[in-house]
Design a protein around this ligand. Sequence first.
Ligand code: COA
Length: 260
Amino acid sequence: MAFENVLLERDGAVAILTVNRPKVLNALNAPTLDELRRAALELRHDDGVRAVILTGAGEKSFIAGADINELAVQTPTTGREHALHGQHVFDLFENLGKPVIAAINGYALGGGCELAMACTLRMAADTARLGQPEINLGIIPGYAGTQRLARLVGKGKAMELILTGVQIEAAEALRIGLVNRVVPAASLMAEARKLAATLAANAPVAMRYIISAINKGLEMPFAEACIFEATLFGLVASTDDMREGTRAFLEKRKADFKGR
Ligand code: COA
């Protein structure tokens, strides 16, 4: 599929999706958001892809937020539709059914921080800066930032970050649980590829169910979420990969998972 604002490459079972508008620090305008939506659908349905890396072009920025030129002219109705559409696109990444690693190579602000939070895991360069600066524009996060940030780092920190609009450094983001790992900027992509390759060798159906159990389960009452988990646990027992994984352990060899 042809894209203008994103790049989609494949390296074996790992796909690398790069937002490619470095002149505007990879700000998300409507066409870019739509290309992200199309790329997410393509990646979701491609069984050859078992893990995804999402990053930004250039050395300075992951994504510096929604495109402020578009925000400046929105109306109440277009603003609401815009937010709902962005939320839908980010949900696709959260529920892609395979792990998506945000490789945060610089600024992850506003919609950039929100998209990183919708990814399964976040790996940041030590030079990265994260934040929700919408308050400085007189607006609020609209791509589920108020919700995902509070769920990731807790209500108190989310209130502080969103109300102040402050940018935090990667080390602070790691300390509060906003990112999973921080690595030297020069080795970010190598480390992200290494993690993606490790994940890509895992059993795909089990990974899909883990992502679903955690994402959906967190929104359910605990007892219902446990029943949901048990049902997925039962379902995964129908896979060849379960037989392969348990047999490989007993035969003291590495499992070869096929995603069936
Ligand atoms: N939307 C549109 N354009 C953006 C943008 C955004 N979110 N973020 C950066 N840009 C553009 C700038 O307007 C500038 O364009 P120009 O060269 O035509 O003037 C270009 O990207 C480079 O940005 P600049 O501000 O010159 O870089 P900097 O290093 O001085 O500052 C930031 C970097 C990230 C601190 C600053 O660009 C910024 O605050 N961006 C907006 C962040 C934001 O509020 N995001 C949330 C939106 S809801």
